[in-house]
Ligand binder design. Structure first.
Ligand SMILES: *[C@@H]1O[C@H](CO)[C@@H](O)[C@H](O)[C@H]1NC(C)=O
Ligand SMILES: *[C@@H]1O[C@H](CO)[C@@H](O)[C@H](O)[C@H]1NC(C)=O
Ligand SMILES: *[C@@H]1O[C@H](CO)[C@@H](O)[C@H](O)[C@H]1NC(C)=O
Ligand SMILES: *[C@@H]1O[C@H](CO)[C@@H](O)[C@H](O)[C@H]1NC(C)=O
Length: 534
């Protein structure tokens, strides 16, 4: 029933959009790199449905602006040279890829936090350049946007929405320690069975693991936060001319689109305005380029292995590349390795290097047996979509945690990037290819992913259109937003009830004592009288 309703709603919307001319205007505050790939899919679908989409842009690295794109781009008039920001961002990426992976978790998180906070200055510049430029803001105001789509990894989008008085939709994968979802979005995270992101724990935790989970949350909440909240609270209040917090502003989002789904996540409670739309960018495979297809076909019955460490890792050390290459040389499968560094000396004849691969098309190829991945969410979802088991070589950020999810669901094995040996990689690769359980579990996840009442992309677009047509989705907003923390946890009520119980107990005891004493006294008197009589 529910699925039919959904399908009808989507169908009606499509009809409505193409026939009666409901066409909205969408303003986008993006974040870059892998996030953009996901967001772009949603935006292109919106354009397909005849909405007008404008992307605010301030760094070329953030958004790849292909020439044939149907999206409009609007440059934020940043006052400093855009090179400064690019340098900062490149430094950040350098730290993220080359420094953080070598650190233990807590130091890694701290370094990541420090890098983010360093970026605060750049983000503030961007924010100021946009909000304090009347010409620019008037231009946005005059365009009369119906909705903003915001990636809250870079602050300020929600402030623009607040100033323009436009409803908005947040799209994110996670914030460190779930701070944003939990405090700003009011998403409950029951620590007894919901592992904190980056913890690498599953939902079946032993006592010690639950202690670790709690400690990690406290560590993220009080030690590490991705955002410099105090700074942004002040900036937001100054800009609006009234006291407001960063979190409160983000919390005004009508819909939250989260880039995962229950094929990846462990089941946990969520709110009516949270939609889990993981894998919305996945598509059926297209034919491969001719030369690549020939190479894949030449693998015969053994099939091929696809290997990519993502777009951020361009070079490995020579030692590491050799180590990997010699492991790959020992399997009967052919290997397509996305790698643009120097050709390793130990590269086997079964392995071919490519500076770019059509990853989704390769993963969807019937000859593909396994995927060696760094564990970015986009790549994982492509593997889930096509039912390919994985060997995870996570490097930083959420990647180890992502791989831990796949491992808990039996569709992947993890090898440690820093202590990697040829033997480790070979063992994991052989297991994933030859033990049927990995393929079966990957196929199970794939079926879960495909059998949804409405496809993730349609759900994402549906809610954005809903917000445009109804100027928000306030009916889905929990009242928790209006409570203080002690009201939220009912501490005031518990306190009141405790006082009531205590008072009652006090009165009862007093009464008992009083009647007791009375009884005792009368007893004594009686006894006294009896004695006297005797
Ligand atoms: C900086 O912006 C100018 C124009 O806005 C552009 O021509 C130039 O390519 C940009 N530089 C970088 C490094 O993106
Ligand atoms: C304000 O924005 C406009 C374009 O929107 C730009 O031409 C102008 O240079 C900006 N002003 C300042 C002071 O940056
Ligand atoms: C949870 O893990 C324990 C051991 O760690 C295992 O005995 C138990 O069967 C698991 N429970 C479920 C529901 O998987
Ligand atoms: C990759 O390594 C080559 C030398 O092997 C070096 O010249 C190049 O700058 C490196 N590229 C990056 C992005 O680190």
């Amino acid at each position: 029933m529910a699925s039919e309703k959904w399908a009808m709603a989507v169908l009606l919307l499509q009809l409505c959009c193409t026939s009666c001319g409901f066409c909205g205007k969408v303003l986008v505050w993006p974040c870059g790199m892998s996030h953009w790939l996901n967001l772009k899919t949603i935006l292109e679908e919106l354009v397909e449905r005849r909405h007008e989409v404008t992307v605010l842009k301030f760094l070329s690295i953030i958004v790849d602006q292909s020439k044939d794109s149907a999206l409009n781009f609007e440059n934020i008039p940043v006052s400093y040279g855009n090179e400064t920001a690019e340098n900062y961002l490149n430094d950040f990426l350098n730290v993220a890829v080359n420094v953080i992976p070598k650190l233990p978790l807590w130091q890694a998180a701290k370094t990541l936090r420090d890098s983010f906070i360093q970026m605060t200055g750049v983000f503030e510049d961007v924010c100021r350049s946009a909000l304090y430029n009347q010409t620019f803001m008037n231009k946005l105001r005059d365009a009369k946007y119906d909705v903003m789509v915001i990636d809250p990894v870079i602050p300020c989008g929600e402030l623009v929405a607040e100033v323009l008085q436009v409803p908005f939709v947040n799209t994110l994968r996670f914030s460190m320690g779930y701070t944003i979802e939990k405090y700003c979005g009011q998403l409950p995270i029951p620590l007894s069975y919901a592992p904190v992101v980056m913890s690498e724990l599953s939902d079946n935790m032993t006592f010690t693991e639950r202690v670790k989970n709690m400690m990690l949350l406290l560590f993220f909440e009080f030690g590490i936060q991705q955002y410099d909240f105090a700074f942004w609270d002040q900036f937001y209040s100054e800009t609006l001319g009234r006291p407001i917090t960063f979190c409160e502003t983000i919390g005004k989002a009508d819909i939250w689109l989260i880039r995962t789904y229950w094929d990846f996540e462990y089941p946990r409670p969520y709110l009516p305005n949270f939609e889990f739309v993981g894998g919305l960018h996945c598509k059926p495979a297209k034919p491969l380029p001719k030369e690549m297809e020939e190479f894949v076909q030449s693998s015969g019955e053994h099939g091929v292995v696809v290997f990519s460490l993502g777009s951020m890792v361009k070079n490995l050390t020579e030692e590491k590349a050799n180590l990997i290459a010699s492991a790959l040389a020992q399997i009967p499968q052919k290997v397509l390795w996305r790698y643009s560094g120097k050709k390793p000396a130990t590269l086997g004849s079964n392995t071919r290097l490519f500076s770019w691969i059509p990853q989704n098309d390769l993963l969807g190829h019937p000859k593909t047996r396994a995927f060696i991945t760094h564990g970015g969410t986009n790549g994982l979802y492509e593997a889930i979509y096509h039912g390919i088991p994985m060997v995870g070589v996570p490097i930083f950020a959420d990647q180890p945690d992502n791989i831990a999810h796949m491992q808990a669901k039996g569709a992947a094995l993890k090898v440690n990037f820093n202590t990697l040996t040829s033997a480790d990689l070979l063992k994991a690769l052989r297991a994933v290819i030859n033990e049927p359980s990995y393929k079966e579990n990957a196929m199970r996840l794939s079926r879960i992913h495909h059998e949804q009442p409405v496809k993730p992309l349609d759900r994402a677009v549906f809610w954005i259109e809903f917000v445009m047509r109804h100027k928000g989705a306030k009916h889905l907003r929990v009242a928790a937003h209006d409570l203080s923390w002690f009201q939220y946890h009912s501490l005031d009520v518990i306190g009141f009830l405790l006082v009531c119980v205590a008072t009652l107990a006090f009165i009862i005891t007093k009464c008992c004592l009083f009647t007791c004493r009375k009884l005792c006294m009368s007893e004594k008197k009686k006894r006294g009288n009896r004695k006297k009589r005797n």
